[in-house]
Design a protein around this ligand. Structure first.
Ligand code: MN
Length: 490
């Protein structure tokens, strides 16, 4: 079967009533436009465009996204103009393609006076990210295409020279993987991380992969007997569930070794299973049963249902001792949470079977977070600051700080009362002069910890202080402070 037929068939399986003719047209158009180009691997260039389309068809995405994926490099790498594309495919698809197209030339004055920029090498990267995020503000599907594009480039990185490989892998680790994580696209994030890890630390990657294989072979029996005992123990309850193995992520394992400063042998919890059930009530019911069947290990239970992570990941996590004495981590979630965890915000543009899939309220929250965040980033005026804010706000390690009324604010690790104040409200930030953490006065640059209650003290005619820029971590706080001083220069 030809590539085109296969793509059309996959698409028709989940979208039987959509206009597949448009997809075919985009395929042929892009194939023709790239006809005389090859990739570093020697393959026809179009094979890359097709691969990006195939990644997104597996996410069951909508027709304009798939057509734009096939066309995504046409404006950047061929003679075809935006005008022609719009005539052929209309404004929606063309805008998506324009969104993923790199800037050809820097718009003059885009980062203030470039003569004064101390780090000119950062400008193109910052400019491309900013352009992509601006396009994303108009249509979030731009970012889905960009992530699929990056995933395929990472899968085929070996054909590039060493320096280029490392540069791309580094950018993937510091920006694309955290972005995928914040958008809830965990599978994609893990693959990006592991591919980058392999390029940047080839020796460690190799060692870790074989160490995990050895340990798994060792523990397979233990895990099997644990599963049998679990199934036998849960059966009498009649609660519906299915059990899944937990996928591996070598890069996060390595991160754990670095953070805990321990060798692989001393890192625990590589055994794990997932239980997927129908309702939240049944998640807790299953958890209760698990804890009566096996001894829970102290301090391992985390409730991401009551307090979702900033990326809106939801699950219950607990670690118990198996009959053979090995710790096993169990994650419990509903079918809907599992789908959201797999597809992230991409779920918003999936074709839905209305009877089977209920609406995911957290999805809207995720999209709002993204829109707001992009808005804050637009205020940043230097390329370095822009890239740094991007990284800080995508930080995987978050702290959860409470308002005195019990509302929780997720913040990147190292955030201060000033960040917290601006996260609550701009006016609270502007008029803040002090903070109490769990009842005690603290300095405004004190890093906040998870679980703390932070009370912001404000003064009616209070003003922000320029020094705050020395320690405020979040893009939101920094941009609000800076904007204040632009608007009040004296
Ligand atoms: Mn591409």
């Amino acid at each position: 079967m030809g590539d085109l037929e296969e793509l059309l068939q996959k698409f028709a399986q989940y979208a039987p009533h959509a206009d597949a003719g448009l997809l075919q047209k985009a395929y042929l158009f892009s194939q023709k436009a790239h006809a005389h180009q090859n990739r570093a691997s020697g393959e026809h260039y179009f094979s890359h465009c097709l691969a990006v389309g195939e990644i997104l068809v597996d996410f069951k995405l909508d027709l304009p996204t798939l057509a734009a994926a096939l066309l995504h490099d046409v404006l950047e790498d061929t003679e075809v103009t935006g005008e022609t594309m719009e005539k052929e495919f209309g404004p929606e698809i063309t805008q998506l393609v324009q969104g993923v197209t790199k800037v050809a030339r820097l718009p003059p004055g885009s980062w203030g006076d470039l003569q004064e920029t101390p780090e000119p090498h950062l400008i193109p990267q910052a400019e491309n990210w900013r352009k992509m995020l601006l396009a994303t503000a108009k249509d979030i599907r731009v970012i889905l295409i960009k992530l699929a594009d990056r995933l395929h480039n990472m899968r085929t990185l070996c054909y590039l020279d060493h320096d280029k490989q490392r540069r791309i892998a580094q950018e993937t680790l510091s920006l694309y993987a955290p972005l995928a994580q914040r958008l809830g696209m965990f599978q994609l994030k893990s693959e990006l991380e592991d591919l980058a890890f392999e390029v940047l630390e080839p020796q460690r990657h190799k060692e870790l992969v074989s160490a995990v294989q050895v340990r798994h072979a060792d523990r397979q029996k233990s895990l099997e007997s644990f599963r049998c005992a679990l199934e036998a123990g849960l059966a009498p309850s009649g609660i519906p569930y299915r059990m899944l193995a937990r996928p591996k992520n070598y890069y996060s394992l390595w991160g754990k070794m670095k953070r805990q400063k321990k060798p692989f042998e001393e890192i625990q919890d590589t055994l794990g299973v997932r239980l997927i059930t129908d309702t939240i009530a049944n998640c807790y019911a299953l958890l209760g049963l698990v804890h009566t069947l096996f001894k829970p290990m102290a301090g391992t239970f985390t409730d991401y249902l009551a307090i979702p992570k900033a990326n809106l990941y939801q699950s219950l996590h607990t670690t118990v001792l198996s009959p053979s004495g090995d710790p096993v981590e169990i994650q419990l979630r509903t079918e809907q949470m599992h789908r959201t965890a797999e597809y992230g915000i991409a779920a918003h543009w999936r074709y839905k079977t209305p009877t089977l899939e209920e609406k995911d309220l957290h999805l809207e929250e995720k999209l709002n977070w993204l829109r707001q965040w992009i808005e804050w980033l637009q205020d940043l005026k230097s390329p370095r600051e822009f890239l740094e804010s991007l990284q800080t706000d995508l930080e995987l390690y978050q702290v959860f700080v409470f308002t005195p009324k019990g509302e929780v604010k997720p913040l990147p690790a190292g955030s201060t009362p000033v960040d917290f104040a601006y996260a609550v409200h701009t006016d609270i930030g502007h008029t803040c002069y002090g903070a109490k953490v769990s009842g005690k006065m603290v300095k405004l640059d004190t890093p906040l910890k998870s679980g703390e209650i932070c009370e912001i003290l404000t003064r009616k005619r209070g003003k922000p202080n320029k020094d705050w820029l020395n320690f405020a971590r979040t893009a939101r706080a920094r941009s609000k402070i800076r904007r204040y001083f632009r608007e009040h220069p004296h």
